[in-house]
Design a protein around this ligand. Structure first.
Ligand SMILES: Cc1cc2nc3c(=O)[nH]c(=O)nc-3n(C[C@H](O)[C@H](O)[C@H](O)COP(=O)(O)OP(=O)(O)OC[C@H]3O[C@@H](n4cnc5c(N)ncnc54)[C@H](O)[C@@H]3O)c2cc1C
Length: 417
């Protein structure tokens, strides 16, 4: 189904067009640029400064930065370190993971606003003349030549664009319009929860606590220096009911769960200050079409459980560059090459989603559905808390992940014609 190009579209031609400047797209753009591949990254927003962004940089991602020789500069970007993941389950404080026991070179989780992480990659990528990042540019669909994807239609402030590429990579996240345009089949796994996302100002010293869980309530608090970024977890489909109770009732629930937030809770003035983030867990059966590869959340939407999604997206990008960069710098890649990326990444992704689903269904759902009264932490959590080496195991799974990737893609490979 060859599609005609609208006459007013501005034509652009490149070796690779990456749709989406999130962790997957920016890392892949950097790696392809570094390998001498002619690459364009399209990002529909004008900047990376958006409120909802996972902030957790795991040891696996810091190892990638180390492989790239970027780690010293990267660690100069302001961040907080977390080694021991602890939560308050009712009145009981439990340790569920200890990253210092993983043996990783960077044995902690770095909490860094994601816009800083993405800006860092963009700044470091400026030295690659063949890497072009087009902000404010939204992909609107694919261009086909028969069964083959041969590029992307997009629009920017100047109008329509017709971007021809030997390879298109969908990194446009869980609502990917690229995977939709390609007609790729999605297996929905589902999630029992959604998240209310809001800020509470810090007033004076407040105790640092990552997660708080009580019967019927759950919240994760990210320390962003001057304020707490709160992720208040609700049962899926209950938003309207919670909203109908009024903002006062939400504020009261939050303070009951996390008393140190009392002094700053007035920052949540109205429902305009509260964003509903819908959680999805799903995956594509096939990540590829001729000329097209999907990675990151576009291939497999990750739950927030474990804060792994950003890091899995980075790992996908590293694997894709390891397999494709050298070939792409010389010419187009084959369908087998693209399929090799899925083969490499599918097992780690499935294992991680399986872990997320176990936690979602057995801990998150159980806590949110529990009636009032004292909340007893699940047995598994009590065992992990009691056995320190198990905290190293849980931390390894969360922070290092299954089959971590190292960078093997070439640097500045000369592009032959
Ligand atoms: C509530 C919630 C909390 C989470 N918290 C964490 C956490 O703390 N840590 C963590 O590691 N993971 C977290 N995750 C998971 C994580 O957000 C994702 O797994 C991760 O962001 C995936 O990265 P990505 O690059 O594949 O996609 P995204 O981060 O979704 O990036 C996609 C990019 O594509 C752009 N885009 C979309 N459509 C187009 C288009 N048509 N044209 C051009 N650009 C486009 C978007 O603007 C965006 O910049 C959370 C998920 C949820 C739902």
């Amino acid at each position: 189904m060859a599609a005609a190009r609208p006459s007013e579209s501005r034509p652009i031609s490149t070796r690779c067009c990456i749709v989406g400047g999130g962790p997957a797209g920016m890392m892949l753009g950097y790696l392809f640029g570094r390998a001498g591949v002619d690459v364009i990254v399209l990002e529909k927003h004008a900047d990376f400064f958006r409120d909802f962004r996972g902030d957790t940089v795991h040891p696996s991602t810091m190892q990638v930065m180390d492989d790239l020789g970027l780690i010293d500069d990267f660690l100069k970007v302001p961040h907080d370190k977390l080694q021991k993941l602890e939560g308050c389950f009712g009145k009981t404080r439990l340790r569920i993971a200890d990253v210092s026991r993983t043996g990783a070179t960077y044995p902690y989780i770095a909490f860094m606003p994601q816009w800083d992480f993405l800006n860092f990659l963009r700044d470091k990528g400026r030295r690659f003349p063949n890497l072009k990042i087009m902000m404010n540019t939204e992909a609107t669909g694919l261009i086909h030549d028969g069964d083959r994807v041969v590029g992307v239609r997009a629009k920017d402030t100047g109008g329509e664009l017709d971007i021809r590429a030997d390879l298109t990579v969908a990194c446009d996240g869980r609502h990917s319009i690229i995977r939709q345009s390609a007609g790729l089949e999605i297996e929905e796994i589902g999630a029992p929860m959604d998240v209310l996302w809001f800020r509470v100002g810090k007033v004076g010293e407040t105790e640092s606590m990552f997660a708080r869980i009580e019967a019927g309530k759950m919240m994760v608090m990210l320390d962003r220096g001057t304020y707490w970024q709160c992720a208040y977890v609700i049962l899926k489909g209950r938003y309207d009911e919670i909203k109908a109770r009024g903002i006062e009732a939400l504020r009261a629930d939050v303070v009951a769960l996390a008393p140190p937030l009392r002094s700053g809770i007035a920052d949540v003035r109205s429902w305009d200050d509260v964003k509903l983030l819908t959680v999805a867990v799903n995956r594509l059966e096939q990540w590829t079409r001729p000329g097209l590869l999907c990675i990151g959340d576009a291939a497999h939407a990750m739950s927030p459980v474990g804060g792994v999604g950003v890091n899995i997206a980075v790992q996908d990008a590293v694997a894709a560059a390891n397999i494709l960069a050298a070939k792409l710098a010389r010419g187009a890649v084959s369908e087998d090459d693209l399929a090799a990326v899925q083969r490499r990444r599918e097992f780690p992704m499935r294992m991680t989603q399986a872990m997320q689903v176990i936690v979602q269904n057995n801990i998150v759902r159980a806590a949110l559905k529990a009636g009032s009264g004292p909340f007893k932490p699940p047995l598994l959590m009590r065992i992990v808390n009691a056995v320190p080496w198990l905290q190293g195991l849980t931390a390894r799974f969360i922070a290092v992940g299954v089959r971590p990737e190292h960078v093997h893609s070439p640097e500045a490979l000369p592009v032959s014609s």
